[in-house]
Design a binder for this molecule. Sequence first.
Ligand code: SF4
Length: 335
Amino acid sequence: MAPPGADARLLDVEGLIARYPVPRGLLGAVMRRPQLTVKAVDGVSFSVAAGEMVALVGESGCGKTTTAQTVIRMVEHQGGSIRFDGTEIGSLNPRELRPLRREIQIIYQDPYESLDPRFTVRDTIEEPIRVHSLVARSEDREAKVHEAMERAGLTPPELFIDRYPHELSGGQRQRVAIAAALVLEPKLLIADEPVSMLDVSVRAGILALLDGLRRDGMGVLMITHDLSTAAHFADRIAVMYLGRIVEEGPAREVVRNPQHPYTKALISVVPRRDPDQRTVPQILIGETPNPVNVPPGCRFHPRCPAAEGRCKETDPELREVVGLDPLHRAACLLL
Ligand code: SF4
């Protein structure tokens, strides 16, 4: 959970819904095929406090990246509320959103694509300062760029500042992307699979950097498919399946005592060093999730090893589990 003294609810998302139509194509339109809809985010609620790292965990296609993009209004939502630092931002127009865009920054999984190959490190980190008209004098801009680079671990800055992306390693490129976010001094950083494209040898350094930012008081929303990373670094974990959070709670609680069959399956395939903690890997069978055709009842029932007849009819709510930490909640009819 958030460390003592952390502000409550920097980001507060309630009942978020994001859907988009599947293109029918010319033939589909001529044939008048029904319009299908991707239910990418289907009633998601979570919060992030200042000084807290929350991990949204799940397989590809579960809606975690769309959730993050909806929070920053890159993707429009059709329902629910997004409160940031006490302000409802879900209904703001682009002009009203502009100052808030400084305060919520996102870094992407692919530092090879997120940097412009024509820009030096200085250009890349200076760009957001110019876009937001933050500092007029070039000496002050340079000082801000140096400060952000040092915070992102690109030290000494002189060594990197005039380099182009192709002259940097993958880890250094991700640090440049982080520095370009930090130069705006955001309150919330969204990290979308921040290490999945990096060599294993540099992942720990980037994760330690994010951990340090969290300790300095920044809220961090980490999107990841890697439960072991989430367990190690996050304060809280929210497990997503087909557009919904199916289990959430303090990271240690969720990992040590998973309640939802989906979380149990994810945890069963995480490699463990301690032989006493090893479990039999539980490979999920059945169709892979399809957010166009969400199954009725519990959306996990076609793949759930514990499913019963009622699971096909009743959609379980996320709720407290008797005898557990009240912040540990799961959506399963058997609990
Ligand atoms: Fe499995 Fe039924 Fe629980 Fe859903 S409600 S997770 S199908 S046991």
